[in-house]
Design a protein around this ligand. Sequence first.
Ligand code: ATP
Ligand code: MG
Length: 1120
Amino acid sequence: MRNRCRVTKGLENMAKMEVKTSLLDNMIGVGDMVLLEPLNEDSFINNLKKRFDHNEVYTYIGSVVISINPYRSLPIYTPEKVEEYRNRNFYELSPHIFALSDEAYRSLRDQDKDQCILITGESGAGKTEASKLVMSYVAAVCGKGAEVNQVKEQLLQSNPVLEAFGNAKTVRNDNSSRFGKYMDIEFDFKGDPLGGVISNYLLEKSRVVKQPRGERNFHIFYQILSGASEDFLCKLKLERDFSRYNYLGLDSAKVNGVDDAANFRTVRNAMQIVGFMDHETQSVFEVVAAVLKLGNIEFKPESRVNGLDESKIKDKNELKEICELTGIDQSVLERAFSFRTVEAKQEKVSTTLNVAQAYYARDALAKNLYSRLFSWLVTRINESIKAQTKVRKKVMGVLDIYGFEIFEDNSFEQFIINYCNEKLQQIFIELTLKEEQEEYIREGIEWTHIEYFNNAIICDLIENNQTGILAMLDEECLRPGTVTDDTFLEKLNQVCATHQHFESRMSKCSRFLNDTSLPHSCFRIQHYAGKVMYQVEGFVDKNNDLLYRDLSQAMWKANHSLIKALFPEGNPAKINLKRPPTAGSQFKASVATLMKNLQTKNPNYIRCIKPNDKKAAHIFNEALVCHQIRYLGLLENVRVRRAGYAFRQAYEPCLERYKMLCKQTWPHWRGPARAGVEVLFNELEIPEEEFSFGRSKIFIRNPRTLFKLEDQRKQRLEDLATLIEKIYRGWKCRTRFLLMKRSQIVIASWYRRYAQQKKYQKIKSSAIIVQSYIRGWKARKLLRELKHQKRCNEAATIIAAYWHGTQARRELRRLKEEARNKHAIAVIWAYWLGYKVRREYRKFFRANAGKKIYEFTLQRLMQKYFLEMKNKMPSLSPVDKNWPARPYLFLDSTHKELKRIFHLWRCKKYRDQFTDQQKLIYEEKLEASELFKDKKALYPASVGQPFQGAYLEISKNPKYKKLKDAVDEKIIIAEVVNKINRANGKATSRIFLLTKNNVLLADQKSGNIKSEVPLGDVTKVSMSSQNDGFFAVHLKEGSGAAGKGDFLLSSDHLIEMATKLYRTTLSQTKQKLNIEISDEFLVQFRQDKVCVKFIQGSQKNGNIPTCKRKNNRLLEVAVP
Ligand SMILES: Nc1ncnc2c1ncn2[C@@H]1O[C@H](COP(=O)(O)OP(=O)(O)OP(=O)(O)O)[C@@H](O)[C@H]1O
Ligand SMILES: [Mg+2]
């Protein structure tokens, strides 16, 4: 059971997350009041409250939107919300102002129907905000592009400008619109905005000169003083201090949460976007400044001789500044404040003004100046935003007009406003009923008559041309003789006495004679929204809206193009003695035009409701709301809507929503939707009187029926959810099982593969072993055969070689024999020939002539030899090996001897050039050669190296200063050597010093002397015959230095060191130092003798010999 609950909840949550398809989904209370059951005031208010508490500020009555001011920003106007409501049907989503805007925009665009959006409600109910939301929604969803965006921006930016000049803080609303506004937005056939036209109605201009307690003047005054720069203020001759201006109510000059300075910047920016030129903006602010300064002009009484009262301006400074600002001649304005000229026919009569009249004139001027400026602003904005093309436009009108007002003291303004609301109510009734009726006809449903209150009778009471209150007032205003508010009331009492909606104490009708709630100076009208009592005082004046002609003429004379334009009637050339139309008649005319305009359009209603009087969020004052519901006639609205059928819906969405309730229609109905709905309703056994089939919609008479359907749907959805859950679970288990099965097959196959692989590996390795044995056996067999064959071949080759050798030797012997024979023959033949020649020539020579010839020849030859030798002498370099070839065999030994002598001679010559030092070096080199040549493999490499001795420059390096100081003898060798550690064969760097008497070893880093051995104690130096620098210095046993044992060292200059050591020892001790060259020698380390053995090592470490300790008694040096 618990599981079921959880699942249902989960499904509900899922449904919440789902895209909505009807406003009936997840509804809080009822989204459409038409569905309210039971329908009465309490349930109506409770439903609104419930929804308000859940932040649902919008509720429908059919297609009318009720909007409750949340007094806080809700996250329901985001771009995402715009997207959500875009192109969705009205009842698809929760009630929202965007749904209405979308519906209006789409029927404008797609069905070519002009639209109007009528926003009503009392002050602070959120009309202006609603109108801005509608505009911004339409701007967001309509076409895009640079031009279109500019139009949109101008339309939207007209709002801040008009709000700054036409809105003010009142006790009801911090941003109360003090004028009525109707804006036509014009679109092209694609639905892209082209421009707009704004109409304004009755600005509350009395606010300019006087504000009720706790209220402010129009925003713009405070914005200029807070936001304008010092420079600009100076230009306008204004000061920042509010208290300097009589026209500014001070008790709430600052409004919480409103930054006037920032708003001023917004307004200027908006003016720029809308298209105001700089000089225009400047002129506008000059007029505002002039109005503000007008309030500071004060008058004092002055009696004249003729007894007439006269007034005088107290301080002319302010007047002077106003005139400078507006370019009016100061004397002209001053006179206009003091005199009044009345023109009748050709006569002109001038009368002086007393103080009260002067003040009246001043205030009338200020009010007129401001209200005309406001109208000019609207005209100027219209000029900017008007559509640039002449093509036919589609129009959407947005009406943000003051709602019904009932105050404690109601005056002319409230009368006018409430009249306007009566007219709006009438149009609302007319259009709503008309639409309802049209829909029934369109759908072919029988029209049932609906009872409703028609307020035409009240409209007639006010606007009737003969007997209407407005006509009465105009008549009074125009009548010659004394006219007061009381005479007006008397007139009303006579004419309207019998009207059932007019109430007055003094009327002929005695009904109200004793009604004490109705004062004598008041009359009461039963408006459709309730009874309102009007104070008659001020009606005549306000209706007259009088401005003395002297003032309008003074204004026209101003050297200020804007002010001049605001007072065209001041032009003496166009003087018009006819009275201007009264405020009442003007308003009546503009309302009539507005109504006419609205009647041509498809209406969309937004009824704004104010939840509390505190401008606070979360507070729902039921009494206040109840009052508004009553006078807005909302219940009546619901009843009218429900009089026929409470609910209607197109067949497709209806079938889609309820098809699961019937087997024939679930899950798919394959016929027309209407037939499907018929089958569905028959199946559900809904009584026939409860519904009607229209052409495209089903009409449900009672909300109860709809809720029953909804309940059944909910139940069915739960059942379906269970079914879906069941199927889903089955599917899930099946899928899981199949998955596991598949997985099992995969695992099994992998395992089999693995097992087979292992088996195969085993077989393979066994096969390889067997194979290798066989191959080995075969190879060995083959090898044996090959070896045998090779041996045979070799034997054959050896035999052949021996045979060839024998042959060759035999041949050689033969050839030698032959050569010998030939030679013997030649010698014998030569002797024979000599003998024959001698025998022949003997007779020609004396006895020893032969000998002389022989000697002579010999001498000549010798001479020739020496002369030739003189020319062929080689260079004097001792290393020059050249020597001329021997010319005669008999001079062989001479030639050799000569070569030797010559060499010795040139060596001597060479030696003779030597300095003593060079001689010493060569002596040393010679010594080295004698000691090591052909004995030590290192020797040849040392021959080319000069013996430097002091490799370390001890005396120059400051590091060795101490060492230098310790050794006072001449240093023969100073060099870094490696001292081999017996323990591990590792080397440590030491400085090796050889002086005339001592051998010293010192620390390389510190220069501290480690050992000092007199040369007499050095007995022997051992080294290997190989190419290494290791050598041992053996010390005399029992000598002082021998305590630590012999030194085993290695040096890069071994040959030089050994030679110098040898020579120094010889010269000092007259004894030859024993130099043992052997690849194995013993070194005495303290008590032990260790054998150092040199072996031929690898070239692993390059050419460096490495020393390793093999054991206690053996150090092994590997020489590469
Ligand atoms: N939808 C809304 N969301 C949040 N705040 C709102 C909304 N509507 C109105 N308000 C708040 O209520 C205030 C009054 O609203 P608005 O000025 O629209 O009233 P109004 O009906 O035009 O009054 P008036 O007749 O005096 O001009 C606004 O300044 C704003 O603070
Ligand atoms: Mg407003």
